[in-house]
Write a protein that binds this ligand. Structure first.
Ligand code: FAD
Length: 403
């Protein structure tokens, strides 16, 4: 198997890089490279620039803005977006609800939502997890009871990323009680300003407000906001998880972090770990080698054609390797980055408890401490690493029966 890139692919990479350099403002790229939280408007601005070039939703059907590119080309695009410090197109929009509406929505829903989703004119958040339904998502309890021309929805969602920025939420709700808990689940969308929706922030360990609880109290949802057929929400959720998986390894993101570590550790005034210390150099080099291995594994998975749309069967199990190793790499890189700070990390760590060091001080050092704590989440959301190991054990290694 040839794991190199063709001249056409290399040309595409150069074209993407030059477009991003010329069109995305330097202040946005610098903030991303320094891992600072971005204001909402900067995410919108960047996605609209990507969308103009056809870079926001290349994996969508062509009639809705997709580009019919190979998975390799799409992976190159993601790597360049990540390495250049460009905010990724909002995953809730472009990788999750967009493809579901394109596949199962009514014509009217497609016309109304898809262009706005691609251009981030509408910001969607994901209302799947509940206090008692995370890994075991099918245990969700939020109920949607048919009433007149719509549904009355009651329940609670949690860990809802960027609910504070969102215009709309897509939810899994229970429309009937059936013998198998995967049945009787439906998917619907609702505007976040609907009466009865309350958002309460959850402050995470990195000191930043990304996640929220969302309470749904007697929310009226018109029937035209049901996606697809009532009771088929579980199938749509599986389809959603089978979408764009070429970026699961976060290779560009880790590469960017490792380059930053090398640069910081090479500064002679550094009080933390330095590149001329053999033990630190060995750890960094080892991480770089592992990242190269992850990058090659990602290309192999893509090359085998297993990373794309797998229909309602859900994601290809091999992408679990990418998700798991990608999370471990980001966490390892965040530890090395912290080590480049030396004792200063302790002072900044303490200040995280008190206030919001990122907005109050905006210092690079606080951002590094925050990135260290923030990296913990990668092995939890989108299917925890333990769940990925279960999938690999059953579906790839054949240990026990796949459920
Ligand atoms: C930062 C962040 C952002 C998130 N954003 C969103 C969002 O926008 N929308 C949304 O809907 N959800 C979101 N989530 C929720 C996320 O998908 C869940 O946290 C995740 O699915 C785990 O569920 P849980 O938290 O209920 O933990 P649990 O499922 O209760 O798991 C607790 C622990 O037990 C382990 N475990 C559970 N079952 C098994 C098993 N069968 N075998 C082995 N180990 C097991 C888990 O790996 C974990 O370590 C987010 C989570 C985080 C941390």
């Amino acid at each position: 198997m040839d794991l190199g890139f063709s001249p056409e692919e290399e040309e595409f990479r150069a074209e993407v890089r030059s477009y991003l350099q010329q069109n995305i403002r330097a202040c946005i790229r610098e903030a991303v490279l320094e891992e600072q939280p971005l204001p909402r408007e900067w995410n919108v601005e960047a996605q609209q620039i990507l969308n103009r070039a056809g870079y926001a939703v290349p994996h969508w059907p062509v009639e809705w803005g997709g580009r019919d590119w190979s998975a390799v080309k799409r992976a190159i695009l993601t790597e360049e977006i990540d390495s250049m410090g460009v905010p990724r197109p909002l995953p809730f929009n472009v990788a999750l609800i967009g493809p579901v509406i394109a596949a199962f929505g009514s014509e009217e829903q497609k016309r109304r939502f898809l262009p706005a989703i691609a251009n981030l004119d509408m910001w969607f958040c994901q209302g799947f997890s509940e206090p008692d339904a995370g890994s075991d998502l099918a245990s969700l309890k939020t109920s949607a009871v048919r009433e007149g021309d719509g549904y009355r929805v009651n329940g609670q969602k949690t860990w809802t990323t960027y609910a504070q920025h969102a215009d709309w939420i897509f939810c899994l709700v229970r429309t009937s009680r059936e013998e198998r808990k995967q049945q009787g689940i439906s998917m619907m969308v609702m505007p976040m300003n609907s009466p009865g929706i309350t958002v309460r922030p959850i402050r995470s360990i990195d000191g930043i407000h990304h996640i929220n609880e969302v309470f749904l109290d007697d929310v009226h949802v018109p029937a035209e906001h049901l996606i697809g057929e009532e009771g088929r929400g579980w199938d749509y959720a599986k389809y959603l998880l089978g979408q764009e998986r070429t970026s699961m390894g976060n290779v560009g993101f880790s590469r960017r972090r490792l380059a930053r570590i090398r640069a910081r550790a090479s500064q002679t005034q550094s009080r933390g770990c330095r590149i001329d210390e053999p033990a630190f150099r060995r750890r960094l080099t080892w991480a770089e080698i592992e990242l190269q291995a992850l990058s090659i594994t990602q290309m192999r998975v893509i090359d085998e054609g297993s990373a794309g749309d797998t229909g309602s069967a859900g994601p290809d199990p091999k992408t679990s390797i990418l998700k798991m190793k990608g999370a471990e790499m980001l966490q390892r890189a965040s530890e090395l980055l912290l080590d480049t700070m030396g004792p200063e990390a302790m002072c900044n760590g303490a200040s995280l408890e008190g206030g919001d060091p990122l907005t109050e001080e905006g210092s690079e050092r606080s951002a590094i401490v925050s990135a260290y704590f923030g990296s913990r989440k990668y092995s939890i959301f989108g299917g925890s690493n333990e769940i990925q190991r279960n999938i690999l054990a059953k579906a790839v290694l054949g240990l026990g029966k796949r459920t």
